[in-house]
Design a protein around this ligand. Structure first.
Ligand code: ADP
Ligand code: TRP
Length: 326
């Protein structure tokens, strides 16, 4: 049922080419939400500052992410779609929230702990990342935040921080909840591990066909021969196939796994065509959009104004609550 009162919000970092894990895990569900909720969708370039230190690259990735989203069907008329750094209230609210956030809460965050464990020298931005994310969410009084499993804890932290602010200063923020689609929770990469920009196991959404072919041919399969029965449920190739095939095609492919005769290379060739055809209309739309960067900039300017109008209402209330109005 359509419920335009339900405010759904999520963001994605412009930290590289967007891949089909991002698409199925975040972008497609968000695009679906625009039909049935009051959708707030944004590109989080401020968060990307924690890991991207090349200005030109960040600017390019931001514009690319915006273009990708528009090409994939995000409709700025049906949603509020903007770039985080264009709305200063995100960072302004962050400071108010910093002062009701305990160090312990942030120290327990998995994403921070994992990055430190990987040997990354933590800067304050990386540590404070969840507070900015909390500001992103509660600035718009969002009810539901669709994210991948890896971001669930950050949404819970946002809820804690909102609760702590409300407790200190009185009811101000809606407490958000994470929304996780278990079926799509983790899209496998070429190696069967979670597809990720940083693991070199991703298939980008917008690639040349020859590159797509090379990536798909690189999907790791087991060593079972043509005449052996295969295991669709533990196979990255099938895990990807089912995302692009119709239910009938997927059922048929499952059947072929369970009978002798399937050559993985044949399934891979079919997958190349499925992926290529799936994104064909979006590729065309993208080609049109890149011809006209001024229109893209206008769309983002209008999106930021729409977002700012909402953010300013919340911010005025928060400023009053903490005593910044005198
Ligand atoms: P990456 O791991 O490639 O750096 P991000 O962490 O920036 O991707 O994720 C951006 C969004 O895409 C998040 O909502 C995340 O949950 C989703 N996402 C990323 N990779 C996957 C995947 N393999 N399966 C499902 N969702 C994913
Ligand atoms: N941290 C999220 C990620 O890396 C991106 C993000 C920033 C976000 N702010 C948000 C997601 C607010 C949902 C809501 O994927």
């Amino acid at each position: 049922m359509s419920d335009k009162k339900l405010r759904v919000l999520s963001g994605i970092q412009p930290s590289g080419h967007l891949h089909i894990g991002n698409y199925f895990g975040m972008m497609k569900p968000m695009i679906n939400w625009q039909e049935k909720s009051d959708l707030f969708c944004f590109i989080v370039n401020l968060h990307a500052l924690t890991s991207v230190f090349d200005a030109e690259l960040l600017a390019k990735n931001t514009l690319d992410a915006v273009t990708d989203f528009l090409a994939l069907g995000l409709d700025p008329e049906k949603s509020t779609f903007w770039v985080q750094g264009d709305v200063a209230e995100h960072t302004e609210l962050t400071w108010l929230l910093d002062n009701v956030t305990s160090m312990g809460l942030l120290e327990r965050c998995h994403a921070y702990k994992e990055k430190v464990a990987k040997g990354l020298t933590p800067n304050h931005g990386l540590f404070a990342y969840p507070v900015l994310m909390a500001a992103d969410i509660i600035l718009y009084q969002a009810n539901l935040v669709p994210v991948g499993k890896d971001q669930k804890q950050h949404v819970e932290v946002a809820r804690d921080i909102a609760g702590s602010f409300n407790h200190t200063y009185g009811e101000t923020f809606v407490l958000p909840e994470p929304a996780i689609d278990d079926d799509l929770a983790t899209i496998p990469g070429l190696d069967g591990q979670k597809m990720s920009k940083s693991s070199n196991n991703a298939i980008d959404i917008f690639v040349e066909k020859e590159d797509l072919r090379k990536r798909v041919m690189g999907i790791v399969t087991d060593t079972r021969g043509v005449n052996e029965i295969k295991d669709p449920d533990n196979c990255a190739l099938f895990g990807l196939y089912r995302l692009f095939g119709t239910p009938e095609e997927t059922a048929e492919m499952r059947d072929r796994y369970l009978k002798p005769g399937l050559k993985y290379v044949e399934a891979k060739k079919e997958l190349v065509e499925l992926i290529w055809n799936y994104f064909a209309p979006h590729r065309e739309k993208r080609a049109e959009l890149v011809k006209d960067p001024d229109t893209i900039h206008d769309i983002m300017k209008a999106g930021a104004a729409k977002a700012r109008a909402v953010a300013q209402v919340t911010m005025a209330d928060a400023r009053r609550k903490v005593g910044l109005m005198y």
